[in-house]
Structures are given as structure tokens and as C-alpha cells.
Design a protein. Sequence first.
Length: 266
Amino acid sequence: MKDKRVLIISSEVVPYLPQTEQAINSFEIPKTINKSGGQTRIFMPRYGLINERRHQLHEVIRLSGMNLVINDMDMPLIIKVASIPKERMQVYFIDNDEYFKRRALLHDKDGKCFKDNDERMIFFTKGVIETVKKLNWSPDIIHLHGWFTSLFPLYLKTYYKDEPLLAESKIISSIYNSDFKGAFSKKFKEKVAFDKLDTDYLEPLKKADHEALTSIAVQHSDGLILSAEDLPQSIVDQVKNSNKPHLDYPQSKDKDKYIDFYSHKF
């Protein structure tokens, strides 16, 4: 594991957000990697409820200023960074006033997904990858957490397939239980198709529910981790039938298992 580079991408990370299973994993796993001699960088959205002064976030001017095209609209990308106290872990925040200034995360006050979560996912995906390119930091492993990151494997294997910095990176997706019901976008497929991705890959997005997003991640990832108890059997079957290296639950609760998984499967 020594000097292996692991990029952690998650919609939730402790200590910046409440302690959900995903947020804790997105902190504990890179901490374990660092202790094992690996190198990590963490990316997450900069939601409006994150206190920038308390957590000492600051904008990285040399990384900010790019415009990303989302569904034929130019959206400015702002990059902020902070260090987790007492840990050798740097966290990069993807920011944009239109998508992430609101204090809520991915749901409104009634618990319904925001209607623009599709555009927020595309922006987050492109924003992370373009920032990693600017950093010129080539990860050996890209470890994704949660449904909000499910477009990354698709974009990395198609839209960014000719990007030499990421050509050898292996993609691992950690799958968690859904925190929403039904589909949150009727135009998700159309918006992703704007980037001229092969429409054959986009069929699951016709119905943007949790299982469809998981299907996209399973199809294009190199490895998979069942990171929650009581996942729907259909999702468990997708993972097992993919014949890709995977880590079952509850083994995935043991952070040391990840080091073995990274080292011997990829």
C-alpha cells in the first residue's frame, strides 16, 4: 500500500457533515490508507451549511475560474480546500453558487430530492475530474461513495477515456442504501446525452431512481463494495453477477479490509 494514491470522492465527509455511515467511511477509510503508507485526497461538494470559518476553508485561485458546460449552460467552478485537524488529510470542495450555496444537501425540507440534482451530479463529476487534472495528480484508485457519485465511472470510461492522467486509475464504487424514493429527474438522460456520450450507456437514466444510478456505477466500475446492511436484493445480485472484485457487508465495516482489497485486487 506504500505510496499508492487513492482519490476519495463522496457527497458526505466527517467532520464537515453529520455522522452518517457514508460520511464516517469517507473519513475513516482515507485515514486508514494514510496510516498504511498510502496517499489520499478527498473531494466533496461545498454545501451552504458548511461553516467555512470554523473549518478554515479557503479558495484556491489557481484551481478556480474554469467554466463547466452543463446542459448547454456555462457554470463557474470554484475550488476551496481545507485540512482535517490532526490528520494528514486534505479535502477539496467543489463549489458553485447556483448548485451548492443552499444550506440543504440533496433534499428539500420535505425530504424530496432537488429537481436539479442531475445537473449538480454532472457539475460535481466534471469539477472533480478537471481539478484533479489541474493538480496533475494521477490516482491509482478512485474510490466513490454514494449515489451522488454514480456518474463518475461512466464519465471516466467514456467522456474522459483519452485523459492520460487517469488512464490507469481503477474505479471502486461503495454502494449505500437509498435516501430517496422514486426518480428525481425526467431529463437526466437528456442532460447527460448533451455531452455526446453513447446513448446505449444511458438507458438506465431514463428512470433516475436509486437502482438505475447503482446500475450505472456497477456497469462501469472496476470494483464494488456493499457498504450498507439490507441493500435491496436486486442491487446485491447486480454486484455479484457483475463478476467484478467486490467486498461484502459486513466485511466492509472493517477498515483494514480495504487495504487488503486495494492491494490484492488492483
